[in-house]
Ligand binder design. Structure first.
Ligand SMILES: Nc1ncnc2c1ncn2[C@@H]1O[C@H](COP(=O)(O)OP(=O)(O)O)[C@@H](O)[C@H]1O
Ligand SMILES: [Mg+2]
Length: 393
């Protein structure tokens, strides 16, 4: 929002009023301009509230995140500024004021003025003056990096849908000739029977058939990227889905000496969902977890109502929804900071032969259900993927 660009509040342009000439501004460290520029440049959204929880300051990123022109809101109560939908953020600020203690690392969603939502990580800290007297509270909003990545790099739904439509049509076109190749190869395998070099010929033909199968598998995954075809929504028991996924992965887990722990909340409600979509999500997450522990480890599946108050309910246009959470944890490689921004991007993979579609598709499915996926990881220690899903009634 250029009008609140603090650099424009600096010395007036001496040259002329109608030709905007940008002179490089020398920033004196410690000067007012210096701090204004700092705030302006931060990609974190900053909102400052006074002791009565009225808006006392903000930066550009906060405006962009909330899609709100905030200048008019100075002096207005936080609940008005942020709106009813953002109550958790107001509560966070209020709790910080009341307790005088910082609260960090809250995962929340910011409801923007245009009714879209953006996952953010929110922190709040009490603000003191030079004498240490409390003067207000600082709310810091950071757009969850994976979303920012998807929005910026893939332009999320549009580009993904475009990519998906492209991929699906290519997949469709390529499938038929592949079917032909496979059919012919199978016939050929029968034809070479009895020849003196049957064994080596059959082996070559089998390579062709196996690789064709692999290509067909890739094409099937690609089809999942195309626009959703209004999946059937039915009540789904998440525990059965998880157990099915475990059964499917059992041979791999045995091979790599991966132990399984299950901590299922018996009071978990069913969720109304696209069963095969969600099943794919859990298979992907469990598969990734197992692949992250090639030399063994523990896979833990935990279900329940999330204790994090910002995630325990979600407000939608259809009212408040209870959320359930499924945690898939491993004691594997963990994910380096550098890679975190990429893991949900289609075709990002650090595995030889990996397709890099598992997480992209999983996130897409979960978001179609109105849920989200959170990642906590520690390189060398392990990773926790938490799937949050709303319970619809
Ligand atoms: N549980 C995990 N532990 C460590 N890294 C992971 C985990 N899950 C995903 N990743 C990282 O994210 C990347 C993308 O995952 P995914 O989309 O499933 O694709 P793929 O498994 O085909 O590589 C992986 O290549 C890996 O680097
Ligand atoms: Mg995967």
């Amino acid at each position: 929002m250029p009008k609140s660009h603090p650099r424009n509040t600096g010395a007036p342009n001496e040259e002329s009023n109608d030709t905007p000439v940008t002179k490089p501004i020398e920033l004196q460290p410690g000067s007012r301009e210096y701090y204004e520029s700092l705030l302006y440049s931060l990609t974190e959204g900053i909102l400052v509230f006074d002791m009565e929880l009225r808006l006392a300051g903000f930066n550009r990123a906060a405006e962009e995140m909330a899609l709100l022109p905030l200048a008019e809101s100075l002096g207005r109560p936080a609940s008005d500024v942020l709106g009813k939908a953002n109550e958790p953020l107001v509560e966070l600020a209020l709790r910080t004021l009341e307790t005088g203690r910082p609260h960090t690392g809250f995962s929340a969603e910011i409801f923007r003025q245009d009714a879209s939502r953006a996952p953010v990580e929110a922190s709040a800290a009490p603000m003191d003056d030079a004498e240490g007297r409390p003067v207000g509270v600082l709310l810091v909003l950071r757009e969850a990096s994976r979303i920012r990545e998807l929005e910026e790099e893939v332009k999320k739904s549009e580009r993904l849908a475009y990519l998906g439509t492209m991929a699906a049509s290519v997949a469709h076109e390529v499938r038929n000739p592949l079917g032909g190749i496979k059919g012919a190869s199978q016939l050929l395998r029968d034809e070479v029977r009895g020849l003196p070099n049957e064994e080596s010929l059959a082996e070559y033909i089998n390579v062709v058939i196996r690789q064709v199968d692999r290509l067909t598998g890739i094409l099937d995954s690609l089809k999942g990227l195309s626009k959703p075809v209004a999946p059937k929504l039915l009540p789904v028991n998440l525990h059965s889905l998880l157990d099915e996924a475990l059964t499917l992965m059992a041979p791999d887990m045995k091979k790599h000496k991966v132990k399984v722990r299950r901590d299922y909340d018996p009071s978990m409600p069913e969720v109304v969902a696209n069963e095969s979509g969600l099943s794919g999500v859990f298979i992907n997450l469990i598969k990734n977890a197992v692949e992250a522990m090639p030399r063994g480890g523990v896979l833990t599946l935990v279900t329940g109502i999330p204790s994090d108050f910002l995630y325990s309910t979600i407000k939608t246009d259809k009212g408040k929804k209870t959320m359930v959470a499924v945690k898939v944890s491993d004691t594997g490689s963990g994910i380096e900071d550098e890679a975190m921004k990429d893991i949900f991007n289609p075709f990002y993979s650090t595995k030889g032969g990996g397709l890099g579609l598992g997480l992209a598709l999983s996130l897409k499915v979960v978001e179609e259900h109105g849920g989200t996926i959170k990642v906590d990881t520690e390189p060398g220690k392990g990773t926790v993927f938490t799937v949050y899903l709303p319970v619809y009634r």
